[in-house]
Design a protein. Structure first.
Length: 405
């Protein structure tokens, strides 16, 4: 009898506490992306999402076509649900009353682009009416399942090495550029150290940290990248630790095995004995010279033919450095060490490469001139504020002179 009374009393208390929690619950008001977009000027929109409105809509359309309307949940789909008398419409309206409703695909894409651009998930949650803990889940979901789609941009140079027409198309871009002295270039290769933050337990126990400590004095991933003349990423390998040498990192990739195999294949266009039709990559002196990988002359004297060769070699190779600079300036998430798991780091880096390619293709197709200077100003402002101990704002971009006083 006493036990039943205690249980009954506890059930009443739990019921009362749940009832109070339900009354105190704050219903998140979901802002529609179309409403937010109308509040922003064109330059503000571009600065926030790193692309213009048309480019944003095209990106959403590509994802919608691939994943389907029910998974993407565009705003038009949610409007139809809201006025639908079906069971699914009733569920949506109940969801809307209790928790604010479904989050549209446009909002999810916008949230992810803002975090990739360097915004804080706390501020993003407030702006879009989404709980900050759910913002992180949305970000990783969109990066992994949407932004890494081949439909946005394929990264498969290793799968096109037997396509002579494709290789000719890539090499013709270099020939038609400002330094047409080289023929047969199918990409510029280099390594990029992406800063990461290892777990506190790893750092404390010093377990598995040595390989990630780079020569530049921070933990990093060594990302091997090949780009074309337009700075589009043709291939990447995100499997090496920051402490690995560029040459070793490239040799440990699948592409290296393919290239060495094709160099010995008499039927391959990359065969080392076929000098009449020769395709090759270019890279700096960090890499070993091979028939398919041309590096500059070491210690070339000024005014010599070797020095002239190095000059034209550098003119073509510089595109990979420019690509790194553009990716770094555009995506502010790289301005500080990545703080996710190693697996998630790879998805984030891969997603930024594909988005970079998507934006380059959009730029080339529309003939729109895009300046990355606005992103560089934001980056300089961030570095300046960090150096002077100033608070770093997410959406406020003051003049740099504010930190110089």
């Amino acid at each position: 009898m006493i036990l039943l009374t205690v249980v009954s009393d506890s059930m009443v208390l739990n019921s009362e506490s749940l009832s109070k929690a339900a009354k105190d619950r704050i219903i998140m008001e979901r802002i529609e992306f179309s409403t937010l977009s109308q509040r922003l000027k064109d330059d503000q929109f571009h600065l926030m999402f790193r692309m213009d409105r048309e480019c944003f809509q095209q990106l959403c359309s590509i994802i919608l076509k691939k994943v389907g309307e029910k998974n993407f949940k565009p705003e038009s789909y949610l409007h139809r649900l809201d006025s639908d008398s079906s069971r699914e419409g009733n569920i949506y309206r109940a969801h809307k009353k209790t928790s604010g409703g479904y989050i549209s695909g446009e909002i999810k894409v916008a949230i992810t682009l803002r975090i990739l651009a360097g915004a804080s998930y706390l501020d993003v949650g407030c702006i879009f009416g989404v709980h900050h803990q759910y913002v992180s889940k949305i970000f990783l979901e969109v990066v992994t399942e949407w932004f890494c789609l081949d439909e946005i941009s394929p990264l498969g140079l290793d799968e096109t090495l037997d396509d002579e027409n494709k290789l000719l198309e890539i090499s013709s871009q270099f020939v038609n550029g400002k330094c047409p002295s080289f023929t047969g270039i199918i990409g510029a290769l280099d390594g990029w150290l992406v800063r990461i933050r290892l777990s506190a337990l790893r750092r404390m126990l010093k377990v598995g940290t040595g390989g990630y400590w780079s020569r530049k004095g921070f933990y990093a991933l060594n990302v091997q990248v090949i780009v074309d003349k337009h700075k589009r990423v043709l291939w990447r390998s995100i499997n090496s630790k920051g402490g690995e040498h560029d040459s070793k990192a490239f040799k440990s990739s699948r592409l290296w095995d393919i290239l060495t195999s094709k160099a010995m294949d008499p039927n391959s266009v990359l065969n080392q004995n076929r000098f009449q039709l020769k395709f090759y990559l270019i890279a700096d002196l960090a890499y070993a010279l091979r028939s398919f990988l041309i590096t500059p002359y070491p210690n070339a004297d000024s005014g010599t033919p070797e020095d002239a060769f190095n000059y034209y070699h550098s003119c073509n190779r510089i595109v990979v450095e420019c690509a790194f600079g553009e990716i770094y300036a555009r995506w502010g998430i790289f301005w500080r060490p990545l703080q996710y798991s190693l697996k998630e780091h790879k998805h984030i880096i891969d997603a930024t490469f594909r988005l970079h390619n998507y934006l380059v293709n959009y730029r080339l197709s529309t003939k729109k001139i895009e300046s990355v200077n606005m992103f560089k100003t934001e980056l300089i402002t961030y570095i300046c504020r960090q150096a002077h101990g100033c608070p770093v704002g997410v959406f406020h971009h003051p003049d740099i002179n504010e930190c110089n006083g």
